[in-house]
Design a protein around this ligand. Structure first.
Ligand SMILES: [Zn+2]
Length: 496
């Protein structure tokens, strides 16, 4: 659209400038934008009525742009028919904003002229398309900036930079130099040996390798914790090694030379591994395998350990089983030492009876969680594979110059969205209700007894909360010593 200057009735124009960090072109300050825009107006003989300026550090900060809003209102009120901007990315920051702007332009017959990209004729489909594409490119540039920052952090992870905090077991060999550090608690300066976090501490490295081999030949975390206690091996803070410490130490990717950023492996680090990567992965697999827990004796041997609540008075603790303190039988007690009248076998038998009774009722099927809709896992997996193939294709086409960046990002964004949906569907399908094996079984008690303890505990966990209240004193009416009424069931599904 060409504006023709006529004497007396000059075309009314406004200028819009925006300062932000996502600069198009080199270091584009607001003065430069304004000068270029004014020059454009002069060349065309337009009268500039007002210059609107917003200070907006990031195009995606979502901050309001008061000057921009004011300009739209003015334009809607018919103040001008020409808008001058340096580049369309100054004007709109999202497709939504662009659509609003196009709508206004249509309504008021406004034409938009840019210093960089010439006239954007929003009145024609091709002009609107151009504006949309220019907007998409600007967005892409802004996203790239976020990517650059992430890439820099990732690089730090690959370099093995230690962000401070507690020294990881195995790492940090003294360099022989000393450094001064301000003690956080006292505020005093203290001298301490400088550590090279990329170098292994020989004796700790040896321990890590020994533990790994032990785990691979059937050892347990418990036995390794005991080993540390026997040998006087402590954490890097000098504390006794706990079960959790041992697990963390064995599962630290750094030990195998693997760099991690935000909990995800990002590649091979630039340091020598302590533990062979294959062995490391095998140990991680062992420690993550849920079936292992019952086999290794790390998990409770009783149905209700750490699942039943104490509930004596308003005691909030979970109970575990112990036979200490001169008791004749293993009994449930809590960390506040509440016990008595809680013989483990009797409690567990009663809980089993109650659960089996509930699952034997005619309406037991009502306890089942709604099954996921027919999820065709194979079809979903095939679809996911097809999408991944498409993404690889797009990358190849982009790399080969057959498609441009906009087409590439739009294509991959779509694919990624679809892939995410499929992943959610698959995750839903994988959730199996632990009750399924019991409800509808011909003999629920037999089915219950056939279950390994960890499965029984899973059923318990998802079905009912058991609280061991204070038993009434003395002999019970049925002549026993066990007060069944002190075992309280709070059903998590299907009411009572
Ligand atoms: Zn208690």
């Amino acid at each position: 659209m060409k504006a023709t200057p006529t004497a007396g009735a000059r075309t009314r124009a406004v200028i819009y400038c925006r300062i932000s960090q996502d600069r198009t072109g080199a270091g584009l300050g607001v003065d430069r934008q304004r000068e270029d825009c004014e020059a454009l107006a002069t060349r065309n003989g337009w009268e500039v009525l007002e210059t609107y300026v917003d200070n907006d550090i990031s195009a995606f900060s979502g901050k309001k742009r008061p000057a921009y809003r004011r300009m739209l209102a003015d334009l809607d009120a018919g103040k001008a028919t020409v808008v001058i901007v340096w580049h369309t990315d100054r004007l709109t920051r999202s497709i939504v904003e662009l659509e609003e702007y196009i709508d206004l332009s249509d309504r008021r017959g406004i034409s938009t002229h840019t210093v960089q990209a010439g006239t954007v004729d929003l009145a024609t489909p091709s002009g609107r398309m151009t504006a949309r594409i220019l907007g998409a490119v600007a967005r892409q540039e802004s996203e790239h900036k976020g990517e650059r920052v992430a890439r820099a952090r990732r690089q730090k992870a690959l370099n093995g930079d230690w962000m401070g905090g507690i020294r990881p077991f195995g790492w940090g060999l003294p360099t022989g130099e000393m450094r001064t550090k301000v003690d956080r608690k006292t505020g005093e300066e203290v001298e301490e040996p400088e550590l090279d976090m990329l170098k292994a501490v020989p004796e700790e490295a040896e321990a890590l390798r020994y533990w790994t081999d032990q785990m691979l030949s059937g050892g347990s975390i418990r036995s390794l914790v005991q080993w540390c206690a026997d040998k006087g091996v402590t954490t890097t803070r000098g504390n006794p090694v706990t079960h959790t410490d041992m697990r963390d130490m064995l599962m630290r990717p750094r030990n195998a030379g693997i760099a991690v950023y935000r909990g995800e492996e990002v590649g091979r680090g630039k340091w020598d591994p302590i533990v062979d990567e294959t062995k490391y992965r095998a140990v991680v697999a062992i420690l993550k395998d849920p079936s292992r827990r019952t086999v290794r004796g790390n998990q409770p041997k009783w149905l209700g350990s750490l699942l039943y609540r104490c509930g004596r008075g308003d005691c909030p603790h979970f109970v575990y089983v112990t036979q200490s303190g001169g008791r004749q039988f293993p009994s449930y007690r809590c960390q506040s030492a509440h016990g008595g009248g809680r013989r483990a076998e009797v409690v567990d038998q009663y809980v089993e009876d109650t659960i089996v009774e509930r699952l034997s009722r005619d309406d037991a099927h009502e306890l089942l969680l709604p099954a996921p809709d027919d999820v065709d896992v194979a079809a979903l997996q095939a679809e996911a594979e097809e999408i991944r193939g498409r993404m690889r294709n797009l990358a190849g086409m982009y790399g080969g110059g057959q498609i441009d960046e906009v087409q590439f990002t739009e294509g991959t964004d779509t694919a990624r969205g679809q892939l995410e949906g499929i992943t959610q569907q698959l995750a839903r399908a994988a959730e199996v209700d632990p009750l399924v094996e019991l409800v509808g079984a011909k003999d629920p008690r037999k089915a219950w007894r056939a279950m390994p303890l960890d499965r029984q505990r899973t059923v318990l966990r998802s079905l009912v909360e058991v609280t061991l209240k204070t038993p009434r004193p003395g002999r019970m009416p049925d002549g026993g010593y066990f007060d069944y009424e002190a075992v309280v069931f709070s059903w998590k599904r299907g009411g009572s």
